[in-house]
Design a protein around this ligand. Structure first.
Ligand code: 4FV
Length: 257
């Protein structure tokens, strides 16, 4: 997969390409990544890429000409690329969108700065607008890194284990189960026995219950929009029965009081 970032601060990515899963994916040719300086497409000798907003007001706007030239030059080599503008106006990024983006052969990620980019760029040269969240950044670069990171780990083999990403948080729209490693006793806190039992079926059930309970407690909204599979349904109805019994007992206690 090809990732090309268009930015006025390409050096921000120097370190990003050199660490962890991203570095390994580049070394294993699972991805080709580059950061291109939009300034290189500014024709004036000061390589200006921003100007004052029409209609007045504070801040500056990214000029259309250097951006258009940079996008056109990049799409000349990456003909099948999807050109994405990082902006608070965009679809909010999530794991589902990460799976959608990994299906493309190439992504061109356009990073705005200042108040944003000239709107005419969005009309003619941008295929998709994506936001990493409802807050305002100083630039799109961090958003581009977030997307490259989340998409790279979905590349086949990028996580080492062939299907590691299938077990992700949100892979089935639930939070992940709790994780433990050695020592089995840390400051008096024991690792759950079942995880040390070697009993794979029991471990699998424990992990499903852990994921369901964590999602119920931390992100119940996720359970409002997800269809439970039969095993998850069984676990929920078991909990529901337990809770009913407790409530009945509490009610009887109240009456008895
Ligand atoms: C942003 C976001 C974001 C807006 C103006 C850059 C800034 C500045 N990008 N998700 N949230 N971008 O805040 O993607 O140009």
């Amino acid at each position: 997969m090809y990732f090309t970032v268009l930015t006025i601060f390409p050096e921000m990515f120097d370190s990003f390409w050199k660490h962890g899963i991203i570095r390994r994916a580049i070394e294993h040719n699972q991805m080709v990544a580059s950061a291109v300086n939009i300034r290189d497409y500014a024709e004036d000798r000061h390589q200006v890429t921003d100007d004052r907003p029409y209609g007045g007001g504070s801040g500056m706007v990214m000029k259309p000409e250097p951006l258009a030239a940079a996008i056109r030059d990049t799409t000349k080599t990456l003909k099948t690329a999807r050109t994405v503008l990082l902006t608070p106006q965009g679809r909010v990024f999530n794991q589902k969108l990460a799976w959608e983006l990994v299906s493309y052969e190439a992504l061109i990620l356009v990073c705005g700065r200042y108040e944003g980019v000239d709107e005419r760029i969005c009309h003619d040269l941008i295929d998709d607008e994506i936001s990493i969240g409802d807050y305002v950044l100083t630039g799109g670069e961090l958003a581009a890194m977030v997307i490259i990171d989340a998409v790279t780990r979905l590349l086949p083999g990028a996580l080492g284990g062939k299907d590691a990403a299938d077990k992700d948080s949100f892979s089935d729209e639930l939070l992940e189960h709790a994780h433990y490693t050695r020592p089995s006793d840390f400051e008096g806190r024991e690792v759950p026995k079942v995880l040390r039992s070697g009993h794979h079926q029991a471990i699998e059930t424990w992990r499903i219950e852990s994921a369901l309970m964590r999602t119920l407690l931390k992100r119940p909204d996720l359970l409002q929009k997800k269809k439970l599979n039969p095993q998850q349904w069984e676990i929920f109805t078991k909990w529901h029965r337990e809770i009913e019994k407790i409530l009945d007992f509490q009610k009887s206690k109240k009456k008895g009081a």
